[in-house]
Design a protein around this ligand. Sequence first.
Ligand code: 9WN
Length: 413
Amino acid sequence: MSLRQKAIDTLLANDRGGFTIPTSGLYPHQWNWDSAFVALGIATYDTDRAWAEVTSLLEGQWPDGMVPSIIFRSDDPDYFPGPSRWGVTPGPIPSTGVSQPPVLATVVRHLTPDAPDRRAAVFDALLRWHRWWHDARSVDGVVCTVHPWETGRDNSPDWNIGLAAMESAPDLAPYTRMDNKHVDATYRPTQDQYDKYLTIVQFGERIGWDQRRLTDEGPFLMADPTIHFVLLRANRDLLAMAQSLGKDAETCMEVQGWIDTGLAATDTFWNDDLGAFCARDIRSGALTAGFNNSSALCFYADAGTPDQRARTVANLRRIAGKVAHMLPSWDPDDPAFEPQRYWCGPVWPQMNYMTALGLDEQGEPDLAAQLRDGLIRAIEASGFWECFNPLTGAGCIGANFSWTAAVWLSWNA
Ligand code: 9WN
């Protein structure tokens, strides 16, 4: 069977009727940015079904505009923490109480150049979601995050500063992890990290998921290059869609204001010692110090000075000399690098997709090709895994993974 057919079959097998799960067993619900990437892949063979992926995700939008990281259309005992642990959430469908990197507007723009009706149908929902980031998650013009799960890079060493600065709740309700029942525990976040993840959830649940309070008073507050650069690009795409739809000047100016604020905030993430965009702990001001697979998203966002871009490229070239498959999620020269542990080393398909796109657009086609080639070779050797060991190309964590199939399809359309 061709790889193309296997990719399509993977997405069909994960289809739960109008929405797609990342993979069965480990992740049995609809995830936010997973669905956005999935829509890109499905669009290569079924545009109507791809559009359903977009609209089904927006069905979970909260009254305050947030689009949650997971929508729980059922309570699956195989997954923890499910809807009962997140408690009563204000959205129309039970969900988590945090969001995920907002790639959706960028995907919608890509899917709808000739479909203004579709574009118009979701524009206001996207606008309200972006406004939520700038209102509820912003501190002094920097869009922040309150939970490692919100960044989509769960156990990246980037979050160690923020997690070390908080205590696990002494009255943390007991729980049983389910992730370790599906996959090798040594590839997953540690128990201490999970206690802290659940501590933040418990805090949010106890304040009734008041998102402004969660940002201001929650146990964890960091700024993430993934969210920053993804939102910056998504705002540019939102503005382009506003203009194509003939939206009023006030709307266009509001979105332009977010772009200006985002560009101005970009230096917040710059670690000049390392020559890389890194995460920052907002309360202590401390910057993390590891080149990771969100660092080069400056190209995707068309942000950063020529010097910042040149130093980012130099880091990418150094790392390319250390691994067989670009782009590892953590710097192989850093002691925190673990090639099989989730966001501490493995190559992530959706990050390679965005980073390669940005590098291509900004005049670095050779590096872009290296990122695409590194992932494609791993997929050809191992299959559609969630992520891959950058030294060997071996698949890690979840098999038959939706966004991996989707990225492959979008690159091979
Ligand atoms: C928690 C579904 C999600 C991805 C994230 C990835 C992982 C979940 C987990 O799986 O997160 O949301 O349990 O580890 O880190 O990026 O969206 O594929």
